[in-house]
Ligand binder design. Structure first.
Ligand code: 5GP
Length: 188
Protein backbone atom coordinates (compact mmCIF):
# COMPACT_ATOMS: atom_id res chain seq x y z
CA UNK A 1 0.00 0.00 0.00
CA UNK A 2 3.01 2.27 -0.07
CA UNK A 3 2.82 2.70 -3.84
CA UNK A 4 1.01 5.53 -5.55
CA UNK A 5 -2.76 5.59 -5.97
CA UNK A 6 -5.28 7.92 -7.58
CA UNK A 7 -8.44 8.87 -5.73
CA UNK A 8 -11.28 10.53 -7.61
CA UNK A 9 -14.30 11.83 -5.78
CA UNK A 10 -17.26 14.12 -6.45
CA UNK A 11 -20.87 14.71 -5.60
CA UNK A 12 -23.06 12.25 -7.51
CA UNK A 13 -23.70 13.52 -11.06
CA UNK A 14 -20.58 15.67 -11.36
CA UNK A 15 -19.30 13.36 -14.08
CA UNK A 16 -16.42 11.66 -12.31
CA UNK A 17 -17.18 8.21 -13.66
CA UNK A 18 -17.05 9.47 -17.26
CA UNK A 19 -13.64 11.04 -16.62
CA UNK A 20 -12.36 7.93 -14.84
CA UNK A 21 -13.53 5.60 -17.62
CA UNK A 22 -11.84 7.74 -20.24
CA UNK A 23 -8.64 7.77 -18.23
CA UNK A 24 -8.64 4.00 -17.78
CA UNK A 25 -9.20 3.42 -21.47
CA UNK A 26 -6.18 5.58 -22.28
CA UNK A 27 -3.65 4.22 -19.76
CA UNK A 28 -3.07 0.49 -19.31
CA UNK A 29 -1.00 0.91 -16.17
CA UNK A 30 -3.98 2.41 -14.33
CA UNK A 31 -6.47 -0.08 -12.92
CA UNK A 32 -9.95 0.55 -11.55
CA UNK A 33 -10.41 -0.53 -7.94
CA UNK A 34 -13.66 -2.50 -8.04
CA UNK A 35 -15.71 -1.66 -4.95
CA UNK A 36 -18.16 -3.97 -3.24
CA UNK A 37 -21.77 -2.83 -2.98
CA UNK A 38 -25.11 -4.13 -1.77
CA UNK A 39 -27.14 -2.10 -4.25
CA UNK A 40 -28.82 -3.73 -7.26
CA UNK A 41 -26.83 -3.84 -10.49
CA UNK A 42 -28.10 -1.40 -13.12
CA UNK A 43 -28.61 -2.46 -16.73
CA UNK A 44 -25.21 -2.81 -18.43
CA UNK A 45 -23.35 -3.19 -15.14
CA UNK A 46 -21.24 -6.31 -14.84
CA UNK A 47 -20.46 -8.10 -11.59
CA UNK A 48 -16.73 -8.00 -10.87
CA UNK A 49 -16.17 -5.22 -13.41
CA UNK A 50 -18.28 -2.26 -12.24
CA UNK A 51 -18.74 -3.54 -8.70
CA UNK A 52 -18.66 -6.74 -6.74
CA UNK A 53 -22.41 -7.01 -6.16
CA UNK A 54 -22.89 -8.78 -2.83
CA UNK A 55 -25.66 -9.24 -0.28
CA UNK A 56 -25.82 -7.20 2.91
CA UNK A 57 -25.08 -10.37 4.85
CA UNK A 58 -21.84 -10.97 2.93
CA UNK A 59 -20.96 -7.27 3.20
CA UNK A 60 -21.39 -7.34 6.99
CA UNK A 61 -19.25 -10.47 7.24
CA UNK A 62 -16.48 -8.66 5.35
CA UNK A 63 -16.73 -5.72 7.78
CA UNK A 64 -16.33 -8.18 10.64
CA UNK A 65 -13.28 -9.73 8.97
CA UNK A 66 -11.72 -6.28 8.50
CA UNK A 67 -11.55 -6.74 4.72
CA UNK A 68 -12.36 -3.12 3.86
CA UNK A 69 -10.00 -0.16 3.67
CA UNK A 70 -13.15 1.93 4.11
CA UNK A 71 -16.85 1.39 3.78
CA UNK A 72 -19.94 3.60 3.90
CA UNK A 73 -23.67 3.35 3.91
CA UNK A 74 -23.96 5.76 1.00
CA UNK A 75 -27.65 6.09 0.25
CA UNK A 76 -30.12 4.84 2.85
CA UNK A 77 -29.70 1.10 2.89
CA UNK A 78 -26.95 0.61 0.29
CA UNK A 79 -23.42 -0.19 1.43
CA UNK A 80 -20.30 0.53 -0.60
CA UNK A 81 -16.74 -0.34 0.33
CA UNK A 82 -13.17 -0.49 -0.91
CA UNK A 83 -11.69 -3.95 -0.48
CA UNK A 84 -8.09 -4.17 0.71
CA UNK A 85 -7.71 -7.16 -1.60
CA UNK A 86 -8.36 -4.91 -4.62
CA UNK A 87 -5.42 -2.67 -3.79
CA UNK A 88 -3.15 -5.68 -3.25
CA UNK A 89 -4.35 -7.23 -6.54
CA UNK A 90 -3.57 -4.04 -8.47
CA UNK A 91 -0.22 -3.34 -6.82
CA UNK A 92 0.81 -6.97 -7.40
CA UNK A 93 0.45 -6.26 -11.14
CA UNK A 94 2.64 -3.15 -10.72
CA UNK A 95 -0.30 -1.01 -11.69
CA UNK A 96 -1.72 2.12 -10.08
CA UNK A 97 -5.15 1.76 -8.45
CA UNK A 98 -7.82 4.32 -9.30
CA UNK A 99 -10.53 4.77 -6.68
CA UNK A 100 -13.85 6.28 -7.79
CA UNK A 101 -15.71 6.77 -4.54
CA UNK A 102 -17.99 9.06 -2.59
CA UNK A 103 -16.70 11.96 -0.54
CA UNK A 104 -16.82 10.45 2.94
CA UNK A 105 -15.08 7.29 1.73
CA UNK A 106 -12.52 9.40 -0.14
CA UNK A 107 -11.75 11.35 3.04
CA UNK A 108 -11.00 8.16 4.94
CA UNK A 109 -8.85 6.73 2.13
CA UNK A 110 -6.92 10.00 1.94
CA UNK A 111 -6.24 9.84 5.68
CA UNK A 112 -5.14 6.20 5.46
CA UNK A 113 -2.94 6.45 2.36
CA UNK A 114 -1.61 9.96 3.27
CA UNK A 115 1.02 11.06 0.80
CA UNK A 116 0.78 7.91 -1.32
CA UNK A 117 -2.37 9.12 -3.01
CA UNK A 118 -3.33 11.98 -5.32
CA UNK A 119 -6.88 13.03 -4.48
CA UNK A 120 -8.94 14.87 -7.09
CA UNK A 121 -12.33 16.44 -6.47
CA UNK A 122 -14.56 16.76 -9.55
CA UNK A 123 -16.96 19.66 -9.14
CA UNK A 124 -20.07 20.37 -11.20
CA UNK A 125 -20.12 23.91 -12.68
CA UNK A 126 -23.24 24.62 -10.56
CA UNK A 127 -26.19 22.90 -8.88
CA UNK A 128 -28.53 23.41 -11.89
CA UNK A 129 -26.22 21.45 -14.17
CA UNK A 130 -25.87 18.74 -11.54
CA UNK A 131 -29.65 18.36 -11.29
CA UNK A 132 -30.02 18.22 -15.06
CA UNK A 133 -27.35 15.50 -15.31
CA UNK A 134 -28.96 13.39 -12.60
CA UNK A 135 -32.34 13.64 -14.33
CA UNK A 136 -30.93 12.82 -17.75
CA UNK A 137 -29.50 9.54 -16.47
CA UNK A 138 -33.05 8.20 -16.02
CA UNK A 139 -31.73 5.67 -13.51
CA UNK A 140 -33.11 7.11 -10.28
CA UNK A 141 -36.55 7.81 -8.87
CA UNK A 142 -37.57 11.40 -8.05
CA UNK A 143 -37.05 10.67 -4.36
CA UNK A 144 -33.53 9.37 -4.98
CA UNK A 145 -32.68 12.38 -7.14
CA UNK A 146 -33.77 14.70 -4.31
CA UNK A 147 -31.66 12.75 -1.79
CA UNK A 148 -28.62 12.92 -4.06
CA UNK A 149 -29.08 16.67 -4.64
CA UNK A 150 -29.34 17.40 -0.92
CA UNK A 151 -26.26 15.32 -0.33
CA UNK A 152 -24.36 17.01 -3.18
CA UNK A 153 -25.18 20.40 -1.69
CA UNK A 154 -23.49 19.54 1.59
CA UNK A 155 -20.65 17.63 -0.10
CA UNK A 156 -19.51 20.64 -2.11
CA UNK A 157 -18.22 22.06 1.16
CA UNK A 158 -15.50 19.40 1.29
CA UNK A 159 -13.80 20.29 -1.97
CA UNK A 160 -10.85 22.01 -0.30
CA UNK A 161 -9.99 18.89 1.64
CA UNK A 162 -8.61 17.24 -1.50
CA UNK A 163 -5.30 17.87 -3.30
CA UNK A 164 -6.78 19.11 -6.58
CA UNK A 165 -10.11 20.25 -7.98
CA UNK A 166 -11.35 19.98 -11.57
CA UNK A 167 -14.55 21.77 -12.58
CA UNK A 168 -16.43 19.60 -15.06
CA UNK A 169 -17.86 22.43 -17.17
CA UNK A 170 -16.93 20.85 -20.49
CA UNK A 171 -16.03 17.18 -20.46
CA UNK A 172 -13.19 17.40 -23.03
CA UNK A 173 -11.58 20.36 -21.35
CA UNK A 174 -12.02 18.86 -17.89
CA UNK A 175 -10.55 15.57 -19.09
CA UNK A 176 -7.36 17.24 -20.31
CA UNK A 177 -6.89 19.02 -17.00
CA UNK A 178 -7.65 15.83 -15.09
CA UNK A 179 -5.23 13.79 -17.19
CA UNK A 180 -2.43 16.32 -16.78
CA UNK A 181 -2.80 16.28 -13.00
CA UNK A 182 -2.40 12.51 -13.02
CA UNK A 183 0.48 12.28 -15.48
CA UNK A 184 2.33 15.01 -13.55
CA UNK A 185 1.80 13.18 -10.28
CA UNK A 186 3.11 9.94 -11.77
CA UNK A 187 6.08 11.77 -13.30
CA UNK A 188 5.11 10.98 -16.92
P1 5GP B 1 -23.54 4.52 -7.70
O1 5GP B 1 -24.62 3.81 -6.95
O2 5GP B 1 -24.07 5.68 -8.49
O3 5GP B 1 -22.67 3.60 -8.52
O4 5GP B 1 -22.55 5.13 -6.61
C1 5GP B 1 -23.03 5.89 -5.56
C2 5GP B 1 -21.87 6.54 -4.86
O5 5GP B 1 -21.10 5.55 -4.14
C3 5GP B 1 -20.90 7.21 -5.81
O6 5GP B 1 -20.54 8.47 -5.26
C4 5GP B 1 -19.76 6.26 -5.83
O7 5GP B 1 -18.55 6.91 -6.15
C5 5GP B 1 -19.75 5.79 -4.39
N1 5GP B 1 -18.92 4.62 -4.20
C6 5GP B 1 -18.59 3.67 -5.10
N2 5GP B 1 -17.76 2.78 -4.56
C7 5GP B 1 -17.52 3.18 -3.28
C8 5GP B 1 -16.71 2.66 -2.22
O8 5GP B 1 -16.02 1.67 -2.33
N3 5GP B 1 -16.73 3.35 -1.05
C9 5GP B 1 -17.47 4.46 -0.88
N4 5GP B 1 -17.40 5.07 0.29
N5 5GP B 1 -18.23 4.98 -1.86
C10 5GP B 1 -18.27 4.34 -3.05
Amino acid sequence: MQQKSILVTAPSGAGKTTLVKRLLSEFDFLEFSVSATTREARENEVDGVDYHFISEEVFRAKIEKNEFLEWEEVYGGSFYGTLKSEIDRIHAQNKVPVFDIDIMGAMSIKKKLCNHVLSIFIAPPNMEVLEERLRNRHTETEEKIKTRLDKAHSELKFENFFDKKVVNDDVDRAYLEFKHLITNYLGL
